[in-house]
Design a protein around this ligand. Structure first.
Ligand code: AMP
Ligand code: GLY
Length: 424
């Protein structure tokens, strides 16, 4: 099979690495890819939103399957564009990707179908939103309705902060039209867990759990980022939690989308909060998580091609999804200054040591080859240094040992990825 992956970050590197292991894959392409992905796939210089050129490329190169990984092209209808041209593509169609693309839609869906989530109200009128805040309990959470690079969520401790938040989202339009409508919701406390799943429209297969670390600095300090590291499995995701979520959250979500005439085929990522009142949905994503994928796929036993095909063909009920009885930790090495201003173009040293090292995976997020064939930094998040181990402690020790062998100017990373497991 010839497969095209759309995307170019750490998540796409993990997907490409996993697909490259399949005996069914004869050729892998990735658009636009990065310097790490180039080790397992041929990178093609086409942007993820350029559907016309992507479709033309897939036709010209007789691609059997295209995997659309990022949220923006999914929400804009990339899968529909491939299907309209008679091509097979993995991922939700536009009418189903709205599960992530609109927070107001997903909240209303959960309310309508009784899926546990934080209490909320939606607003299109800033004056009404401001008036609502006057009687609301603090802290409170404001969310821009649309996609905002994971940054459209404001946790406000005081009424003044909340008023300021409404102005930022709805009047100053800091996230553009994503803030035309906002969700104001109850602040929840508890452990966060990410659960990824394969969905074929009616059947859902749950992957192993993971946990992200969103803040830039140790101890969950600093600004929100795209994710500074992950571990899998989460020791807080117990059998009891799993049973509850299967009955009250996972299958009900798939059934709800079908009932709405928005059959979902692809990946549903459940962002869960384990509250004192039981697990509740924080958010849905309609795609693999980044950097959750980097710790989940190295533990997956199945051939990923089989899962993608089963989701498209509606035959997921015939697949047993299996994971290794081990653990994985991913530590993100970022450019100094991320998530604010940072410089690019620094040479990365030490990568060669991990080319064939068993149990170590250096997934590239923001890298490229310079004119001299050297791998240099080209983004905020640069590498997802991942290692497996027999348990979380061992995986964490292995990942940090690997991080110490890699360097580039101004590199920084969190030192406490997976530290929460010490409390489990
Ligand atoms: P989201 O993009 O919806 O996942 O929100 C980003 C982050 O904000 C989540 O991972 C949580 O840490 C936090 N968050 C979102 N909603 C709430 C909530 N209702 N209560 C507490 N924290 C929240
Ligand atoms: N790691 C969170 C996300 O992919 O949105």
């Amino acid at each position: 099979m010839k497969i095209l992956i759309v995307g170019g970050g750490g998540r796409e590197h993990a997907i490409a690495w996993k697909l490259a292991k399949s005996p069914k894959v004869e050729k892998l392409y990735c658009a636009p890819g990065n310097a790490g992905i180039a080790q397992v796939a041929e990178c093609v210089d086409i942007g993820v939103m350029d559907f016309e050129r992507l479709v033309r490329f897939a036709k010209e190169h007789e691609i059997d399957l295209t995997v659309v990984a990022p949220d923006d092209p999914l929400a804009a209808g990339a899968v529909d564009a491939f299907e309209a041209a008679g091509l097979r593509a993995f991922g939700p169609r536009k009418n189903a990707a709205i599960l992530e693309g609109s927070k107001a839609f997903s909240k209303d869906l959960m309310k309508k179908y009784g899926i546990p989530t934080a209490a909320y109200e939606t607003f299109r009128d800033p004056e009404k939103a401001l008036a609502y805040l006057e009687t609301a309990k603090m802290p409170i959470v404001l969310k821009a309705d649309g996609l905002a690079l994971g940054k459209g969520v404001l946790i406000c401790k005081t009424l003044e902060e909340a008023r300021e938040g409404v102005r930022t989202l709805m009047l100053d339009k800091q996230f553009g039209s994503a803030g035309d409508e906002i969700v104001i919701e109850e602040f929840m406390t508890g452990r966060e867990v990410s659960v990824l799943s394969f969905v074929d429209g009616k059947t859902i297969r749950i992957m192993t759990s993971a946990q992200d670390h969103k803040r830039a600095k140790d101890g969950d300090q600093g600004l929100n980022t795209g994710g500074m590291g992950t571990f899998s499995p989460s020791p807080f995701y117990t059998a009891e939690v799993d049973a509850f979520c299967r009955e009250k959250i996972y299958q009900p979500t798939v059934d709800a989308m079908r009932a709405e005439g928005r059959e979902f085929k692809g990946i549903i990522f459940f962002g869960l909060m384990l509250t004192a009142d039981g697990p509740k949905v924080l958010e849905y994503n309609a795609r693999f998580g980044d950097p959750e994928t980097q710790v989940v796929l190295p533990r997956m036993k199945n051939d990923l091609v089989d899962l993608f095909e089963a989701c498209i063909d509606g035959t997921l009920d015939q697949i047993d999804l299996e994971f290794e009885d081990n653990a994985a930790v991913c530590v993100v090495m970022a450019s100094g200054g991320y998530p604010e201003h940072y410089e690019k173009g620094f040479v990365i040293e030490g990568l060669d040591q991990f080319k064939d090292a068993d149990g170590y995976y250096v997934f590239h997020a923001g890298t490229k080859l310079d004119g001299n064939g050297r791998i240099v930094t080209s983004g905020g998040r640069v590498l997802g240094v991942t290692a497996v181990g027999e348990n979380l402690k061992a995986a964490r020790a292995n990942a940090y040992e690997a991080v110490k062998k890699i360097s580039f100017q101004d590199a920084f990373y969190r030192h406490d990825i997976g530290k929460a497991i010490d409390e489990a």
